[in-house]
Design a binder for this molecule. Structure first.
Ligand code: WTA
Length: 632
């Protein structure tokens, strides 16, 4: 569609080589394709020690001018957004580029009228409706820093994020549709706000026609806020390194971190990867099924596609409502050409049987994507055979909230494919495998810790309010490298296969949780002395959560105690983090220095207790026997 696109594998190899020899020249050439209010003085300044990374230094821009205004002359009447409702009987809604531009400007003016200015943090807790995209872009329009919170998080999790960001405003809705269920969002916000003091106003979109309680002087209806606002709004001039958004994600410590992305580099990288990975062409319809509450939705529903002038589909519902053919029905209905979903969705639909997919033609599809977790060979093949009908290429996109955009992946139909391999790095990305000692493994057919040795434009810049934490988590394990937390293998041809996390992060249905975060939630229960949480393989979710819990006195009603633990997790984090298995134990296996031996617990959770390794150094080796004997 545009001259950012690589068209053959040979061209990819040339571009890749150039990107390593002359990264600054390579990215400067790509950045020329965007609209800057002022050009950069310097393409890149960096060190991974502090870390300090600045791309396109001195340049100014507004990302929404690139995502909207820039397209108005040629694509004003082109559909930018197709919204597909939860209920197939309801009508879909479309916005052309010019309609989306007006809606964003109008809402941006409403934010200003409520006192929001450049640099303010605005939390967004919304259903997957067009207003979510509008709210995100309206913040970017006026330079407010958006922090989208996935609408499945509990009041307590919302409050943690609002407080950490010291947000001034929350944008929400009365409630949301999810299959047959309706979930009240405003009520969660009301509960969260009892624990927050920085919020001055709440804007509520009326999505379900409910009448939630509205606090005078604090809560305002979206439709009333925009009533008298103009549909023109001058875009705030932002420095390339000004913050665009914060997105909270889980790591190996208890508290979620606010990953910070900035305007210039994020814009360049998400557009570049969108156009190349999905090989989007001008009249294509592109659909990513992620939620905008996660990074995939930020980069590949909103920013990447709109920066590229694409038509992006946004879906309110779930894959199984009203039946497990819903995804395929939407693809046929809108003639979707590129489709991106998660392995967990593929596996769950697989379990319902082929008949739900075989009745759809799916002949518009060209490129299929999978993202968020490793895809097993069986799911890859099912996707290739039944969805792609052996005609479509599959791109397996490996990346992270912290990387802002796709890092290792095939490019549409131009790269070689290999089931369960993400493939080759995107130009500009320099992955390395390190051994235990931090030495680079240069041979192929080897496994190691996956690190990146050179910055790319959308690398995280900091963690909000705590730069030291950013340094410790990502730049201190191996000096001079960005540490991903993942292990990977390189095959004989240099293709990468991701092997999962090597830190205490669990990936459940593509959602990231820190074990400590879930343990903290369990430990809020007053009967709990301590707990240890590990992940174990699950056929649909990828990984599931197994909790080992020590109570202060033995429970005489195990089911009731389990229910209480579940309640604690729902209250602290949300239903998405529920432990599938909860085992009550009298003690945890610990080293003499008091460190929990998770390796042993992981083996128990995996049901592999034949070789637990040396347990003689444990404080109390007997607890292991008890744990094994009562394993679930
Ligand atoms: C995992 C999601 C294997 C990985 C975009 C990473 C993957 C974490 C893949 C980031 C993939 C993501 N193959 N593993 N294609 N994509 N992961 O921040 O462990 O929600 O570190 O970003 O998901 O999850 P996050």
């Amino acid at each position: 569609m545009s001259n950012l696109q690589i068209k053959s594998f040979e061209e990819y190899q040339q571009k890749y080589a150039k990107s390593v020899q002359d990264p600054e020249g390579f990215w400067a050439e790509i950045a020329e394709h965007f609209q800057w209010k002022r050009k950069w003085d310097q393409v890149l300044e960096w060190n991974f020690e502090e870390p300090k990374i600045e791309w396109f230094k001195g340049a100014t821009l507004n990302i929404t001018e690139n995502a909207l205004d820039r397209h108005l002359a040629d694509r004003g009447d082109k559909v930018a957004l197709i919204w597909e409702p939860n209920d197939p009987k309801e009508k879909n809604i479309t916005y052309t580029y010019s309609e989306l531009h007006s809606a964003v400007c109008q809402f941006a003016n409403a934010l200003k009228a409520r006192g929001i200015v450049k640099g303010d943090r605005v939390c967004i807790y919304m259903p997957m409706i067009p207003e979510l995209t509008i709210a995100v872009l309206a913040c970017a329009r006026i330079g407010a820093i958006h922090s989208v919170i996935f609408a499945g998080f509990s009041a307590s999790a919302v409050a943690d994020r609002v407080n950490d960001a010291q947000a001034k405003m929350i944008i929400t809705a009365d409630g949301l549709n999810r299959g047959t269920k309706q979930i009240p969002l405003k009520r969660v916000i009301d509960e969260a706000l009892e624990m927050c003091n920085s919020i001055e106003s709440v804007i509520v979109h009326n999505c379900l026609g409910w009448t939630p309680s509205m606090t005078d002087q604090r809560d305002f209806w979206w439709h009333e806020c925009i009533l008298n606002e103009s549909t023109a709004c001058q875009a705030e001039e932002m420095n390339a390194e000004d913050m665009l958004f914060i997105l909270y994600t889980s790591g190996s410590t208890g508290k979620p971190k606010g990953v910070v992305h900035t305007c210039g580099g994020y814009m360049v990288y998400t557009a570049y990867t969108f156009q190349n990975v999905f090989q989007y062409e001008e009249n294509d319809i592109y659909w990513c099924t992620a939620d905008i509450g996660w990074i995939t939705g930020h980069s590949y529903i909103v920013y990447g596609p709109l920066l590229s002038g694409a038509t992006t589909v946004m879906f309110e519902g779930i894959p199984t409502y009203p039946d497990p053919g819903r995804f395929w029905q939407i693809i046929d209905k809108h003639g979707v050409n590129q489709f991106l979903t998660a392995p967990t969705a593929i596996r769950s639909l697989m379990a319902f049987g082929e008949e739900h997919v075989l009745s759809y033609s799916l002949d518009s599809l060209k490129v299929l994507g999978t993202v968020g977790e490793p895809i097993n060979e069986e799911a890859w093949k099912w996707y290739y055979l039944h969805v792609g009908k052996e005609r479509c290429s599959i791109t397996d996109n490996w990346w992270q909230t912290e990387t802002g955009g796709i890092m290792i992946s095939g490019l549409g139909n131009i790269s070689p494919m290999k089931p369960s391999y993400a493939g080759y790095p995107i130009p500009g990305i320099q992955p390395v495998l390190l051994d235990q000692k931090g030495k680079e493994i240069t041979d192929n057919e080897m496994e190691g810790y996956l690190c990146i040795k050179f910055p790319w434009p959308s690398i995280l810049r900091t963690t909000w309010g705590d730069h030291e934490r950013c340094k410790l988590t990502y730049f201190s394990h191996y000096k001079g490298y960005y540490f991903t937390g993942d292990a990977a293998k390189r095959d004989e041809n240099g293709m990468y296969r991701l092997l999962g996390r090597v830190d205490d992060v669990i990936n459940v249905s593509g959602h990231r949780f820190g074990t400590a975060e879930i343990e903290n939630a369990i430990n809020t229960n007053s009967n709990v002395i301590e707990s240890a949480v590990v992940g174990y393989p699950h056929p649909v979710k990828g990984q599931s959560i197994y909790a080992f819990v020590v109570l202060d006195k033995p429970s005489d009603d195990i089911e009731n105690s389990r229910g209480e633990i579940v309640e604690s997790v729902v209250a602290q984090i949300g239903k998405i983090a529920l432990p599938e298995k909860i085992q009550f134990v009298t003690g945890l296996p610990k080293t003499r220095s008091g460190k929990i031996m998770r390796r042993i617990l992981r083996k128990v959770a995996e049901g592999d207790t034949s070789n637990l390794g040396d347990t003689s150094t444990l404080l109390d080796p007997l607890v292991v026997e008890e744990i094994v004997a009562n394993a679930l």
